[in-house]
Design a protein around this ligand. Structure first.
Ligand code: SAM
Length: 347
């Protein structure tokens, strides 16, 4: 495959199609531009008739109960933390990890551990051990495995939809990764990201690497093309989803890791948020973290980084039942590396 050079884009970054490389903070994965090998997104196909499924049969999701230390300490002083403040804590703490030079941090942490050990500073040794474990897990889960961004899985989930120059609304957008991937695959439209934490606009999205290559298509010819953040048509709204005043004007309403943060009493409302701004014939695309042993381990070891808000882990049947009972027909369901994925349309 020919490399895409400076001549091909105005941004001067050189990335080669069909390759994967590791940077100190993340993986770049431009393999499989035509998606011939759909091995990264397994269409689980576990349910053929959602109307026949019941909660009695499949049980409710698993609730993650470990809470970040910073939240516990804050609450000791101030009382219950509001949901919005919890998200503000989460976003700052999570963002810190995406920008780490991981190999350098691991080496530093190991060196510190040895120094503390030599001086018998056991409390410090324990702390350094914990940090080394978190860094090693992050290195594996995000940098090596690319489980969080998972571009190949996301591309397979998003592929083949009937969309031309779509307007995409991303609810709870954080750094906006998935909307950028979708926009690259269906170019020529527009992305509106919404998050009520200003830090997401200024830092998580604002400092998302402009050199990160999103594999998609050329607008006119449909040939493979690498897209960068700065050439995309994106606006970022800082507001509560409940305050939005859009009409039914979006071809896609997207959320990633949102539904599982609401107890059952609120899940119907969350599904309603997805329906409210959707054009007739539009798609809702949602993903939620999978219930699997390695995810439980991840949220235990990374509790201080991740666990500031209510959180569930669910399987694809549980996620699908929420979506179905929320009034949607499920067009596609399956799982990618660490998330379940669903494409749906209002019934
Ligand atoms: C778990 S994050 C989404 C996962 C994301 N991919 C990440 O990397 O963090 C959920 C996002 O939704 C936002 N959010 C939650 N409730 C919201 C609401 N009512 N209005 C706007 N944003 C909301 C939070 O601020 C947070 O950034």
């Amino acid at each position: 495959m020919r490399s895409q050079t400076r001549e091909d884009n105005d941004y001067g970054y050189t990335h080669e199609l069909n390759t994967t490389t590791l940077t100190p903070s993340y993986r770049i994965d431009l393999r499989n531009p035509t998606n011939e090998h759909k091995d990264q997104f397994f269409n689980a196909n576990v349910v053929s008739d959602w109307s026949q499924l019941s909660w009695k049969e499949i049980g409710k999701p698993y609730e993650v109960k470990t809470v970040a230390k910073s939240k516990k300490e804050w609450e000791k002083e101030h009382g219950d933390m509001s949901v919005k403040t919890s998200w503000e804590f989460f976003n700052r703490s999570f963002h810190d990890w995406f920008v780490k030079d991981v190999p350098e941090e691991i080496a530093k942490s190991k060196k510190e551990m040895k120094e503390h050990l030599a001086k018998f500073k056991l409390k410090e040794v324990k702390q350094a051990l914990g940090e080394t474990a978190r860094l090693s897990l992050w290195n594996y889960a995000h940098r090596i495995e690319d489980g969080i961004w998972d571009p190949r899985g996301k591309r397979a989930l998003f592929e083949g939809l009937d969309l031309q120059k779509p307007r995409i609304l991303f609810l709870g957008a954080a750094e906006g990764y998935e909307a950028m991937q979708l926009h690259a695959m269906y170019p020529g439209g527009e992305v509106v990201m919404v998050d009520y934490d200003e830090f997401c606009k200024t830092d998580r999205f604002g400092h998302f690497p402009e050199t990160y290559p999103f594999l998609g298509k050329k607008t006119a010819s449909g040939q493979p093309k690498i897209w960068y953040k700065d050439e995309m048509n994106i606006s970022y709204v800082v507001d509560d989803i409940r305050n939005l005043h859009f009409g039914k004007e979006f071809d896609v309403v997207l959320s990633v890791g949102l539904l599982e943060h609401f107890p059952d009493d609120y899940k119907g409302q969350v599904m309603e948020w997805h329906r409210k701004f959707l054009k007739p014939g539009g798609y809702v695309i949602m993903t939620t973290p999978r219930f699997q042993v390695k995810s439980r381990l991840f949220y235990t070891i990374m509790a201080d980084v991740m666990n500031h808000t209510y959180r569930e882990l669910m399987d694809i049947r549980q996620m699908g039942l929420y979506v179905y009972k929320g009034g949607f027909d499920i067009k596609r369901h399956g799982y990618i590396k660490v998330h379940n994925g669903i494409v749906a349309q209002p019934r």
